[in-house]
Write a protein that binds this ligand. Structure first.
Ligand code: SAH
Length: 454
């Protein structure tokens, strides 16, 4: 029987992808559907048929081995942000653990897997969120988040329970202000208008809040908005204007200006009773769950087994959040990072925390590692989703530091890279850490050891 778009089929799901899709086989084809969990039987409508696969939406769950709690969020299901508010947190953890094991099982001995570490908070954990402005289908004002799978469609956000309450309060305040003053919103279809994005960031340990408005041009009304925001929310320490007059739908722009307060806010990280404070600019990368990131970094420090005498190579070091803690426990750290701005932040963060045993190298790891001199005792990597560039992997195998700690936000590329590293390394431990409750994302810290060093 040929299967057509729109057909209803009954599917027995057996797996979960790292993007949160339930996986199954039907009539010899791979099937995926958002929201389905392994062990569930469901009726699914076929939405798309890319290259002999079937992508569907769940119409009705027939049977499930899971409790399905009521989602807390009024926007759940429509919003593209969360995947599992209707899955008990304990079950989310087991499912994430299984995603990691599924990819790494062929490469790692069973005894090396440690149980997943839960996030310290399941709600109100995010320290940064980006909201978009648009005109709705009827030309109405919108400020919110994207529909699941729809980059071109927003819904008006009222509250978001995975962000601190002040984020939703600021969204509602900005919406009321913009509507009252008739501020023109950027229309994504017509590509005209003013306001494009509202980014909110909070130092979870300092309480300092940053609000950034991305717009196609600077307008006098923004000054009034900045003033009104700071008067209404004393926690706001920085209001920024970001210029993006290009067609690219991104919150980052070519120019930044302070509308109120300072250019940066601060965040403090506490790892193993050591505290370091970091200045965050609008562009600085920081793990979006501060308290869970502290747990992650604690694991990294444990797995690095530093005694104080080591030369440590840290690749993908960002603004130096892991670097600062490593530097306290090692003789020397060399940090490699692509973005020059991040390295400038990292340098001032080290100075502000009284750390003087770190050198930074700016540029792509796949190029910069070539010129690195000297031997390293430990290498720490924390790459973006795409994993490590093959040239950088090759060079690391040449440098062959005896200990290797891999921090990954994508179990799929992690497995690909470990497959290459197995040439000279064995995996000693795999530790999944949950940083993002209710989403399918999972971080993993893998400890490897060079084989000639047993
Ligand atoms: N370890 C940091 C940052 C991790 S995010 C933290 O925990 O905060 C990954 C970092 O890798 C980003 O800062 C990004 O700019 C950097 N990066 C991405 N591609 C890179 C490359 N090819 N070479 C070096 N750094 C890269």
């Amino acid at each position: 029987m040929p299967i057509h778009k729109g057909d209803l089929i009954e599917v027995q799901f057996t797996g979960l992808s790292y993007k949160g899709y339930g996986l199954a086989r039907y009539d010899g084809r791979e099937v995926s559907a958002m929201g389905a969990l392994p062990g569930e039987r469901a009726e699914m409508r076929v939405l798309r048929k890319p290259r002999h696969r079937l992508v569907g939406e769940i119409v009705r769950t027939i049977s499930s081995p899971f409790d399905r709690p009521e989602p807390r969020c009024e926007h759940f299901g429509v919003c593209g942000g969360c995947w599992g508010q209707n899955v008990a947190y304990e079950d989310q953890l087991r499912l994430k653990e299984e995603i990691v094991r599924g990819y790494l099982r062929p490469l790692v001995e069973a005894v090396a897997f440690s149980p997943i570490l839960p996030a310290p908070e399941n709600w109100a954990y995010r320290n940064k969120m980006e909201f978009s402005f648009d005109r709705g289908p009827e030309g109405e004002f919108q400020l919110g988040l994207h529909w699941r799978g729809r980059f071109d469609q927003l819904f008006d956000l009222n509250t978001c329970p995975i962000a601190p309450p002040i984020f939703s309060e600021i969204v509602r305040f900005v919406r009321a202000f913009a509507q009252e003053r008739g501020l023109p919103v950027y229309d994504q279809r017509r590509k005209e208008g003013l306001l494009r994005f509202l980014t909110i960031r909070e130092g979870r340990r300092t309480g300092e809040v940053m609000v950034a408005l991305t717009a196609t041009r600077r307008d006098k009304t923004f000054e009034g908005l900045a003033e009104a925001l700071m008067a209404r929310f004393p926690a706001i320490r920085s209001v920024l204007f970001v210029l993006n007059s290009t067609l690219g739908q991104i919150a980052y722009g070519s120019e930044e200006a302070v509308l109120g307060g300072r250019q940066t806010i601060r965040e403090t990280l506490r790892v193993k009773d050591v505290e370091h404070t970091f200045a965050l600019s609008f562009r600085s990368f920081l793990q979006t769950n501060t308290h869970a990131a502290e747990r992650l970094y604690e694991i990294v420090l444990d797995r690095a087994h530093l005694s104080g005498n080591e030369r440590v190579l840290e690749i993908f070091c960002g603004i130096g959040t892991i670097t600062a803690f490593l530097a306290r426990k090692a003789k020397k750290v060399v940090g490699v990072e692509l973005i020059a701005d991040a390295v400038a932040n990292a340098r001032s963060n080290m100075a502000a925390n009284g750390i003087d045993n770190v050198d930074f190298v700016v540029g792509p790891a796949e190029k910069r590692l070539r010129d690195l001199e000297g031997a390293f005792d430990v290498v720490i990597v924390d790459p973006p989703r795409a994993g490590i560039h093959p040239k950088a992997l090759r060079r690391l195998i040449e440098l062959a530091p005896p200990r290797f700690v891999y921090v990954s936000c994508n179990p799929k590329t992690l497995a690909d890279d470990i497959r290459v590293l197995r040439e000279i390394y064995t995996v000693k431990n795999v530790q999944p850490v949950d940083l993002f409750p209710h989403t399918p994302h999972v971080e993993t810290v893998v400890e490897l050891k060079a084989m000639n060093n047993e």
